[in-house]
Each structure stands twice: as C-alpha cells, then as structure tokens.
Design a protein around this ligand. Structure first.
Ligand code: RAM
Length: 881
C-alpha cells in the first residue's frame, strides 16, 4: 500500500478559510509517509464549485500552488482536493479541503451607530483615586433587527465588522466563539470583516439578528498616549453587517445594517480593553436577541456612512479562548481581601461563578501579575491600565459572569465586595495559533524556560504581536516581533498572522520611507529606530525563509528598499547616525552600553543585504546595487568602529554578535572578543532585546556551543534561569524585573509578560535539538538536522511542523552511546550531522550516504522517514559547530 499522503491543506496559509477574497489564492499541503525515501513525484489538484470543475491542474513538487482556474466568484464554496503519486510513481493519497470566498467587495450595508443624543452616562464604577473619573466611558450598545422567514434558506452567511468590537448572535445564540472581533489592524487603512456560516441558526417564522458593540481599539484605550486615550480612531463605535440568505430556487435575500435597526444600552455599562468591564446584571435584557422581545422602548440607530472601502477579509486567525486555568490557591491580602492565584501569568479574563449573592451586590475584580511583599497586588506596573472588572449581581441563586470585551495580563485576581462562595477560572485568550511544535529535555529548569517562552507567545499574540498585555501599552513593537518571529514559528504556524501584521507595518511607513516603531501605528509617529524599523525588512525575509512566502517578499520589496534608501540618503557616509528615531539601542541590555551608531550601522548593513537577497530571489535587477551598498556599509563599519586588533567600539557582546551574525568582519576575530567578554562577565550575558536573539546561535556557529549551554544553564543574575529560579511563569521584559537586592524595577516599565528575551527559544529547537535549514533553503526544503549534546543535558527532543511536513529530532546519551532519532518529511533534501569523528562507528536503521567528515562531525545525506542512528559518545568530546 502506498503510504504517501497530503495533509494540512491550506488556502492562503489558513485551513479552510471562510470568507477569503484573494483572487489568486495559494493552495498548499504537507506530506507524510511511512516509507523510507518517499517523495511526491506528481500531484493533481482539482477545484470544484458544486458539481462544476473550475480548475484541474497538476505538476511535480511545488508546495504553494497559485490558483489559476476560472475567476472565483463571491460567496462561493470551493471544494478542492490534492492527489499525489509517490516516489515509485504509484497513485497514493488524496485529501480534500475547501475554501469559501467572501463578499469580494459586494457590500450593500451601511454603518450604524448609537444616535449621539442617546449616549448614556454612568457613574464611575471604581472607587479609588486613580485617573478613572477623568476618562470617557461608553456603555456598550445592544443592537437588534427582527425579520420573518416564510421558508428556510439553503445557505446563510453573515458578513460583519465594526469600528469597535462586535459580538453577533442569531436567535439568542452567538454566531461564533471568536473573541474581540474584528481584531486590530491599522484602522486608518483596513478593518477586517468576518464571515460566519449561520445556516443552521435560522428558524422558519420570526428571527432576530443581534449584536453587542463596544469601543475596543477603535474608540477605547490603547497604547500609552493619554492625549489620545479613548479616541484613537473615532469617538464612538459603529457596526456593519450583511446577512445573505440563499433559497432553494436560487433567489437571494439580504438583511443589512440600516436605519431599521434599533439599539439600547444594557448591563454592559462599559467594556474597555485596558480599563476593564462593568456589568450590571440588574439591567440584563433577557431575551433581547431572540424573537418575541418587545423593543418598543429601544432607540432607532443612526446611519453614519456607507463607505466600505477599508473592509478586508480576515487573513489571520481569530482570537479565541484557548484554555481554562483553575484557581490553584486562595490567598488573603493584607486587608483580608480574597485573592485567587491561577498559578500562571496569563492573558485573558476570568469566569466568575457567584453563589447566593443578593441583588445589587457589587463585586470588584482587580488583576495583577505579581504580589507585593505584604501579599497585596502589585498594581504599579499596570500604569494607567485599570484592569478592573465590576459585576453587580442580579440576585439569582447562581450567577456566571465573564467579561466580553476586555483582556488583562494577570496571575492574581483580587475579589472584593462579597465574602460568599465564588469560583474563579482563568480564560486564556489568544489568536488561534495551535501549538504544533514541541521541545523537551531532561533539565526541568530549561523545560520551564521553554514553557515561559510559550506563555509569552500566547499572551502577546492577541490579534497583533504585542509587548505588554498588562499595562497601558500593548503595542505591536517592531523589534520585538523581528527577534521573536523565529522562535514563534517553531511552536506554531504564524505565517498568516505575521503576513497580515506586515500589512500594518507597510501602512505605517512614512513618506520618506521610514518604517515605524510600532504597528498598527497609533503613537510614536517618528521614524522607526535601528533594529525596530528594520523589522520591515527582516520580517518579510523571515516569512520567506520559514514558510516560502514569496508573495510577501514581492509585496514588501519596494517598501524594504525604500527603508534602506532613506537611511542611505540621510547618512551618505554610511554610518547610520541621522534619522535614528527614538534610537533605543540594544534595549534593556544589562550593565553595558552598546554604542548606538555601531548597532545602527550593523543593522543598516543587514537590511541592505536582505534587500539584495530578496531582489535576487525575485530576479530583480536592483539586487546588485544593494549588494554593493551592503559591501560599502561593511567597509565603512570596519573603518569607523573596528580597531586593528578586531575590537569593536563599545566592546560589548552585542557588538560582536552583530558583527558575526551580519557578516561584518571575519568571524574568528570577533569570536575571540565575544568569548573574552563572556568570560569577563563570569559566564553571564549582557545583551538586550537585539543582542539576545543572536547569543546562543552565534556561539554555536563559532564552535562554542559549550558557552551557549553555559549561558542557558546560568542561574545567577542576569540569565534566563534567574527568573525561572524566582518562580517566573512567563518571560520578563527586563533581566532585572525583580531582584532580591533591589526588589521590583521601576514600575513605569516593568512587564512580567514579554516575549523578546524569550528569543532563545529558536535555539532550543535549532541549536540543542538541531532542526535547521541550509543558508539558501526556504520552507525547510534543505533540511539540516544537527543534534548537539551538551551542557547538563543528556537528552533533548524537538518536533516542528514545517511547511513541508513534520520534522523530529531527538537525541540521548547513555552509557557512552549517542542515540539520535529523526523524522524527515517526504521530499526534503536532508542531511544529518552526527557529532562523532568516525563514520565507521555509526550504526543506522536506514541507508545513509556519508557526504563528508568535518571537525569531528560526520555529515550524511538521509532519505525521508524515521531513522535511528547510534554512535559512540565520549563525554569529553566538546560539542561541535
Ligand atoms: C518598551 C517595551 C517594548 C520595546 C520598547 C522600545 O515599550 O519594552 O517592547 O520595544 O520599549
């Protein structure tokens, strides 16, 4: 039986997208097979709309096929299948999938909003002395539209969006469990709309379409600029929706947002992403979104416009609740307050179950990541984010409450106002990017570090990649994203998530060609800093390398080139000192100062290099010009900053890491200084956000994986395991977020949930377990497995779902024998590098071809499938590059 089969079918990097408006979408699949040496020799791809074949094509090896069939029609379901032939030419597996087009511009709905005169004002709900009373609070609107159906449609789709946040229901049931829709994008240019299949939700006779509408990113609190708080994009939210009903006879009926909708405030007195939510159950509108409800007292809505040009399809996964965390301990604060400890710093909100509270009782929830010494919540690091939810009880025997439009970053929840029985569950929210990667080893501290890295990813990938989920910031910082993307891509498929965010980076570019510091661009409108703005070049390049996304390169190349051009224009001597924006340097480095011009010029060289490489890949003539520019910048760097003995001005770890990684000077020379500096710091790192991602990979590259392990295992300050040793369940923003000597760092900037310093995650997969690709490969077509036994570890294992299929690498050392297990997906060109000097001593379960022996390593070429290798292992043998 042939075993080759396609799986993980995607359209535009999404599995079964509903509401996809790309006219030439890319169809992809991965492969698996139990047969050694299997590969795909041919595929046949068929796309159908109903019974009609709209495209029938074939080929050999592509893994992203651009649709070239009959023009795609709007609101149409396309079924597609891919059938493959295996290495021996035999017809093997076939797998089916589908995608469905969205409105493709066919909007007929109007934007509707609460009439200005109907804006209710409520008392400030939190009684403390913070900024609360000065801010604007808007009650969430309930909107409804009743309609009758004489017969049931065969197909019904709801297309919906909001300037604000929406949550739709049909006949009293939510249409989807997606949260915080439509998500955050650069609303000045684009807002995603959502598509829902609601066919099964309709009734014959009376029906009601309902929606909740909140401020969200549109008119709520976002970022840290108080002048803009509550009015970033607009003063008040608005809603748009179009319910398309298709009947058996082919007729269509559309129910759209228009002046016939009615609106009322309800129990959601306000709900804000940063500030929290206030829910008064006494004002519940029971049955409001179902038939038979009397909305005579409701107010007609105002129609605020019909321009739908900013609406785009949702090319990124929605946010959902991905996990529930139970309360693990109940603590008492210094004033006797109840504090629920969820055991994990998380992002989301709680579900509260209240038993026997009387009507009108007001329960207040405050959230914090960490506790003060006296056991109270550490709230100072939230800055202006109040992260406070209030629930006013309705008087039912059991009441369950979960906020709708707010998220907090927290581990501890303080509950005041009620001493009776109450249960608290943490609801973890994240853009739905399921874990497909795994890493584990035999050091529990390293495993916890890996977990913390994942929690950083989970908590900060909420619609856009952000920095601090707890304080008044939550911005899509560019440098953070570029250093962390390789780590993120190990554990989950983040291709669509980052490609979508790149659109916001592009619209954030200024007329000069500067990328911003943050995207979506809502504050900090100066040009992006070195390493920050460069993400506009690095992220598309990384997406190409990791996922083979050529289109993102094509789309971004002009902008990438413009970024490099403007640096050159302002810095004709090629030392980047002008137009450096806020110039953060190696942000949050510890105890050292990498000179900003050194760092900036290094990044300038790297961006020019990547523009050249991207242009080469795309066969563009400008490749040569950027190669020459990159070479000239390298020369300027050396002249300006490098002493005859190879010392770089500043003499920090990050200086040498940049020089080696970006190929600015001979690696051997820089390596000596790097190693010297680590020794001078007694085996400690000094790097900030930009240097940290390079540390272990570069040390490994220069043949000093032993030092990379030393840094990994380091438990004294500053180090990764220092925070783990002190109970961290997430990655901290700062190496010294808390230290025994000094306590908390300045509360003005001290997030305990931040992914940047977690950029070492990439090395756990790529360095320790050894999953990588050759320098000129994309999407792991040229797979390299290079396990690196070392440090305190005697075993490690990683699994990664690459764009071509599942890769595994596991090694263990027992009784002088190294055992390596690998899984190579069909069709990749794979080499396995075994750390032993003697090819004759290797035993393997499969036929391997020894290609070369280098530096105590044997390089073999290996066919697809599972293989096990064993080789003698001498403990004294140092890990090789
Ligand atoms: C802080 C955060 C953020 C970083 C900027 C420069 O706001 O640490 O992640 O990118 O500073």
């Amino acid at each position: 039986m042939p075993s080759l089969s396609p799986y993980g079918l995607t359209c535009e990097f999404l599995e079964q997208p509903l509401g996809m408006d790309e006219t030439a979408p890319r169809l992809s699949w991965k492969l698996r097979s139990d047969d050694h040496g299997d590969r795909q020799t041919a595929y046949r791809l068929i796309v159908r709309a109903g019974d009609q074949v709209v495209w029938d094509t074939g080929g050999a090896g592509e893994h992203q096929v651009v649709y070239e069939g009959a023009p795609l029609r709007p609101s149409t379901r396309y079924d597609w299948s891919v059938e493959v032939r295996d290495a021996w030419g035999t017809a093997a597996g076939r797998t089916d999938s589908w995608f469905e087009t969205g409105l493709m511009g066919g909007w007929r709905a109007a934007w509707i909003a609460r009439d200005d005169g109907a804006q209710p004002v409520f008392e400030p709900p939190v009684e403390d002395d913070r900024s609360f009373t000065t801010r604007k609070l808007t009650a969430c609107a309930h909107l409804r539209r009743a309609f009758d159906l004489a017969e049931l449609p065969v197909r019904a789709r709801l297309y919906a969006s909001a300037r604000g946040l929406h949550r739709f229901s049909l006949n009293g049931v939510r249409v989807s469990d997606a949260e915080l829709e439509p998500g955050w994008t650069d609303y000045r240019h684009r807002i995603r709309y959502q598509s829902y299949d609601v066919t099964a939700r309709l009734h014959k006779g009376p029906n009601v379409l309902g929606a909740l509408l909140a401020d969200g990113w549109w008119s709520g609190f976002v970022g840290m600029d108080p002048r803009k708080a509550g009015k970033l994009y607009g003063d008040a939210p608005a809603l748009i929706a179009q319910l398309v009903l298709e009947f058996a006879d082919g007729s269509r009926h559309v129910i759209a947002t228009d002046e016939d909708w009615r609106e009322s405030p309800g129990p959601l007195r306000h709900s804000d992403l940063l500030m929290g939510e206030y829910y008064d159950a006494r004002a519940r509108l029971d049955g409001w979104d179902g038939p038979g409800y009397d909305d005579a007292a409701w107010t007609p809505v105002a129609v605020t416009g019909t321009d739908t040009s900013e609406l785009v399809w949702s090319r990124s996964a929605p946010v959902r609740v991905v996990e529930d965390l139970p309360t693990v301990r109940v603590l008492r604060g210094p004033g006797g307050e109840t504090i629920a400890d969820l055991g994990q710093n998380m992002v989301g909100r709680v579900r509260l179950t209240v038993h026997g509270a009387e009507r009108g009782r007001r329960i207040q929830l405050r959230h914090a990541e960490i506790l003060e010494e006296d056991g109270s919540l550490h709230l100072a690091n939230l800055r202006r984010a109040e992260a406070t939810d209030v629930y006013v009880c309705g008087g039912d025997p059991v009441e369950v409450y979960e906020p709708a439009f707010t998220v907090h970053g927290f581990r501890y929840v303080e509950i005041t106002g009620f001493d009776g029985r109450i249960e608290v569950t943490g609801r973890v929210l994240q853009s739905e990017l399921p874990w497909t990667g795994e890493f584990s080893c035999d050091d529990p501290l390293v495993n916890r570090l890996h977990e913390n890295i994942r929690w950083g990813q989970r908590g900060n990938f909420v619609s856009v990649p952000t920095d601090c989920p707890q304080r008044d910031e939550r911005l899509g910082w560019l440098a953070d994203a570029q250093v962390f993307l390789p780590t993120a891509a190990r554990g989950a498929d983040v291709s669509a998530f980052f490609a979508d965010w790149m659109e916001d980076v592009l619209t954030g570019q200024d007329a000069e060609g500067s990328f911003p510091d943050v995207a979506p661009l809502v504050c900090l409108t100066r040009e992006g800093a070195p390493g920050w703005g460069d993400a506009g070049v690095i992220v598309p390049w990384s997406l190409y390398r990791l996922y083979g996304d050529r289109r993102v390169l094509e789309r971004c190349l002009p902008a990438m080139a413009a970024w490099v051009d403007q640096i050159e224009r302002h810095n004709p001597d090629l030392i980047w000192r002008r137009r450096t924006g806020r110039n953060y340097g190696d942000w949050l480095q510890i105890g050292v100062d990498t000179p900003r011009d050194v760092l900036a010029t290094a990044y300038f060289a790297q961006s020019a290099t990547l523009v050249a490489e991207a242009a080469r890949i795309l066969d563009r003539p400008e490749a040569e010009r950027y190669e020459q520019l990159a070479a000239a910048i390298r020369r300027a760097f050396n002249q300006e900053f490098v002493a005859p003995d190879g010392r770089i001005h500043g003499d920090t770890q990050t200086c040498y890491l940049l020089a080696i990684e970006f190929g600015l000077m001979p690696a051997e020379v820089a390596a000596e200084h790097l190693v010297r500096d680590i020794a001078a710091h007694d085996g400690h790192l000094t790097t900030g956000f930009l240097g940290v991602a390079l540390l272990c990979p570069v040390l490994t590259r220069i043949g000093r994986a032993d030092l990379a392990y030393e840094l990994l295992h380091q438990e004294t300050f500053p180090s990764w395991l220092f925070s783990v040793r002190h109970g961290a369940t997430t990655i901290w923003e700062r190496w010294d977020g808390w230290t025994p000597d000094r306590g908390f760092q300045a509360a003005t900037m001290n997030s305990f949930n931040h992914y940047s310093l977690g950029a070492i995650g990439d090395w756990l997969y790529g360095g320790v377990a050894g999953i990588g690709q050759t320098a000129d490969s994309s999407a792991y077509a040229g797979l390299v497995i290079r396990p690196r036994p070392g440090g305190k570890l005697t075993r490690a294992r990683a699994v990664q779902e690459t764009a071509r299929g599942r890769v595994e690498s596991a090694w263990s050392v027992t009784d002088g024998v190294l055992t390596v297990d690998v899984l190579i997906p069909p069709g990749t060109d794979a080499t396995v590098h075994l750390p032993t000097g003697d090819p004759e001593a290797i035993e393997s379960t499969a036929h391997v071809t020894v290609l070369e022996r280098r530096d105590g390593t044997v390089v073999c070429s290996v066919a697809s499938g599972h293989h096990r290798f064993t080789a003698p292992w001498a403990a004294h043998e140092r890990t090789t590059p």
